[in-house]
Design a protein around this ligand. Structure first.
Ligand code: ASP
Ligand code: MG
Length: 440
């Protein structure tokens, strides 16, 4: 069994859907295709939910109608036969009637999740109509019948496995399955989702549950690149990454893969391939247990970081100090990304400022605090970085002019992280691109 996941831009235009149908029928291996919503749809659904939560029904209605028009135009280009068009239009009518009903009832969070689910339901059902028209035999697998999360929003891989294999057994004659990314059921049995960008996570969970030979993530770029193509001029795709390296990159800002999607594949040893729908023959990036080569592979950056410094002479020769500080963050469920310490101070970073005020208040009990906002973590990722000592020399040589606020090195052999002011990000990524990769 192989898993092929296509993102929003890969299904966002009728001709792209045509392309996807060719890609999924290229070989004989049984395949589960995981689809995102058409590009832009989830954003509109989020807006509709926000408008309804503020009671702006008129504006919500406008957004719904505009989105419906978009789908009406889409299916006219997607299918040729009158009969297929009727089927596709009936699907659109069904889902938009549902949105119009929600308009009339009082809004709550569970309903919002129902709204958000419409994108993936529409994309998969419309794709199925198109496949039917093409005479491509397949089966729709409703993700809501097997994809579940527990009361802490964690996917339940054990029960996903059981339910998925029951469904697959039911359709043992079929070789091609289509399912929704992103959506799931929660512990209360309600429609829920795996958070924005969660279709990658769906694909990885399904790959793990099905014991797949590979989990292919198809997007609109030929794999993970060595640097952010939006910031620097020249970037190159990375041939191979270990799961650990990919996790660092995905977490520290590489937009191509949802960070949570690494662990299911890693735990169940499923190779992940990042591929390009627009250029299917390009090699892309292979993510497996083995890193393939040593040295620096890529740079990623994460904005919106806040640095907090806690300074106290009581820290001198004391023990238990760090525990007390970390407990404050634990209490407010706020993850810490970077930590550096000196004998009398500790600096750490967070990216979630929801409880910043409360955290700072409690930290004052331990010493004086200072915060720096608008910071960026630049993460240099590779294999055995600590062994290739030239990396450090080259790194600091190339960014001499950048005011580095924190450095984290040695936490893992795969990562060196720098904290810099966000205003210096573009410059830093450019300097590192030429300093570490010889690319300008
Ligand atoms: N459609 C969802 C989103 O835009 C999930 C995904 O595309 O991965 O966030
Ligand atoms: Mg995505």
């Amino acid at each position: 069994m192989k898993i092929m996941k296509f993102g929003g831009t890969s299904v966002g235009k009728p001709e792209r859907m045509h392309q996807v149908s060719q890609l999924i029928t290229k070989d004989d291996e049984p395949t589960i295709v995981v689809l995102s919503a058409l590009s832009g749809t989830t954003n509109v659904l989020v807006t509709i939910g926000e408008l309804l939560s503020r009671g702006e029904k008129q504006n919500a209605k406008q957004q719904i109608d505009k989105l419906q028009d978009h789908y009406q135009a889409f299916v006219k280009d997607l299918v040729k036969k009158e009969e297929s068009l009727k089927k596709a239009q009936a699907i659109i009518t069904e889902h938009f009637e549902f949105l119009n009903i929600i308009l009339r009832i009082s809004f709550n969070e569970a309903l919002n999740k129902d709204i958000l689910a419409q994108g993936e339901l529409l994309s998969t059902k419309l794709f199925s109509v198109f496949l039917d028209e093409q005479g491509i035999d397949h089966q729709l697998l409703p993700a809501l019948d097997f994809m579940t999360i527990d009361m802490h929003d964690e996917p339940q891989i054990g029960s996903i496995k059981v339910k998925l294999s029951q469904l697959l057994k039911q359709y043992s004659g079929k070789k091609l399955f289509i399912t929704q990314g992103y959506i799931c059921r929660n512990a209360r049995g309600e429609v829920d989702n795996l958070k924005r960008g969660g279709s990658d996570y769906s694909a990885s969970l399904i790959a793990a549950a099905a014991g797949a030979s590979v989990c292919e993530i198809w997007t609109d770029i030929d794999g993970m690149h060595n640097n952010d193509p939006r910031v620097v001029n020249k970037t190159v795709p990375i041939e191979q990454l270990s799961f650990d390296e990919a996790a660092e990159l995905a977490y520290f800002g590489a937009k191509i893969l949802h960070p949570a999607s690494i662990w299911p594949a890693q735990t169940y040893s499923i190779p992940v391939r990042l591929l390009n729908t627009m250029q299917p023959s390009a090699k892309g990036t292979l993510i497996v247990q083995d890193a393939g080569s040593v040295g620096v592979k890529a740079i990623a950056a994460k904005d919106g970081i806040i640095a907090i410094k806690i300074k106290s002479s009581r820290m001198l020769l004391a023990y238990g100090f760090l525990r007390k500080i970390f407990e404050v963050f634990e209490k407010y469920r706020t993850p810490i990304d970077m930590v550096t310490t000196s004998e009398v101070a500790v600096s750490l970073t967070i990216d979630n400022n929801t409880h910043l005020k409360e955290i700072l208040k409690e930290l004052q009990a331990f010493g004086t605090t200072e915060i720096d906002e608008n910071q960026t973590i630049v993460s240099i990722v590779g294999n055995e970085l600590a062994k290739t000592e030239v990396v450090l020399a080259k790194l600091f040589e190339s960014i001499k002019e950048i005011p580095v606020r924190m450095v984290s090195y040695g936490g893992s052999p795969h990562n060196i992280s720098l904290l810099i002011p966000s205003a210096s990000k573009t410059k830093t990524l450019q300097l590192l691109n030429s300093g570490l990769f010889g690319l300008s």
